[in-house]
Design a protein around this ligand. Structure first.
Ligand code: FAD
Length: 269
């Protein structure tokens, strides 16, 4: 995955999603042309995703060119430590090569949290990576977690006309932000028909004939047809850092250092 989460599933796709939504819905132009103004009446998910694919492909090309211009060798595959100074890189077809080095930087990033109580299926119950692969704009959606990623997707789907419910266990969203900004954002989102359920945590999400069934710890239930999980991203635990004898993964996936010597970027969360 050249470019990591930033280019493939995170920053760049979500910001491109935003630009596509703003352009196609005409949201920024409505003050001038009226509330009914839209560049396109029936916006499909492929209107949005075709723009994402185009931008992502170009950005991957930019990174690849920069690396080759600067004579950085790239090896495509999944790496794991064989010993503190040797990596094995396993390619798509099982071919393996070894790379030796004095020092290593572990920068394996994060992936969406996947609790056992949620029936992820990639279609009706999706995490924040899978949301880019939805086949149509859902009529309704529950977003679990009012953090940056949850609110970003809640606002974009609300702008596309999806009826969005945000469930958050804290009493407010984006609790690290300025209160007045949060108030203003909340006002705008309610204007787009977003409903907020604060101080409620989701206990489980199951498939249901009508789509999905989301149950909160207070036994409240929401049955909209689409659900998106966006609550937290533990560190990718796939590089076998324990083989370096300097680091281990804790249960949430964070890399914890046991000794200060070998690896730079010891805690990547
Ligand atoms: C929806 C979303 C929106 C975001 N928006 C923003 C934003 O607007 N602004 C912002 O600053 N940040 C944003 N972020 C966060 C940002 O994308 C991440 O913080 C950033 O990409 C982290 O970079 P990284 O290099 O640490 O890890 P990653 O991008 O996760 O890269 C880690 C790489 O390591 C590879 N890897 C993992 N294990 C192995 C292995 N064993 N062998 C070989 N390779 C391996 C992975 O495939 C991946 O390519 C967003 C994230 C998401 C999910």
């Amino acid at each position: 995955m050249m470019g990591g989460v930033c280019i493939n599933t995170g920053t760049i796709p979500s910001k491109t999603f935003r630009e596509a939504v703003l352009y196609l819905t005409g949201l920024n132009q409505r003050e001038l042309y009226g509330q009914a103004y839209r560049v396109k009446q029936d916006i499909t998910i492929s209107d949005v995703s075709s723009r994402i694919h185009h931008v992502v492909a170009r950005e991957i090309d930019v990174v690849r060119n920069q690396l080759s211009r600067n004579h950085v060798a790239t090896h495509i595959g999944t790496a794991h430590f064989l010993d503190p100074h040797t990596l094995a890189v396993v390619g798509d077809h099982g071919q393996q090569k070894k790379i030796a080095a004095d020092k290593f930087v572990i920068a394996v990033g994060t992936r969406p949290a996947r609790p056992d109580t949620v029936d992820f299926d990639g279609a009706t119950i999706v995490d924040s990576d899978q949301i880019l692969g939805l086949d149509k704009v859902p009529s309704s959606m529950v977003v679990v977690g009012a953090g940056v990623i949850g609110i970003e997707y809640a606002s974009m789907f609300a702008a596309l006309g999806t009826k969005v419910t945000v469930v958050e266990k804290r009493p407010t969203m984006l609790d690290f932000c300025d209160k007045e900004i949060v108030e203003a954002l909340q006002y705008q989102l309610r204007d787009l028909a977003v409903t907020f359920r604060y101080s409620e945590s989701v206990r489980e999400v199951q498939k249901h004939p009508a789509g999905t069934l989301t149950t909160s710890s207070a036994s409240r239930r929401w049955p909209p047809p689409r659900w998106s999980r966006a609550a937290g991203r533990p560190t990718t635990p796939s590089a076998n850092p324990s083989a370096t004898s300097s680091a281990t993964c804790n249960p949430s996936g964070s890399i914890a250092s046991r000794r200060s010597a070998t690896s730079a970027g010891r805690k990547a969360s």
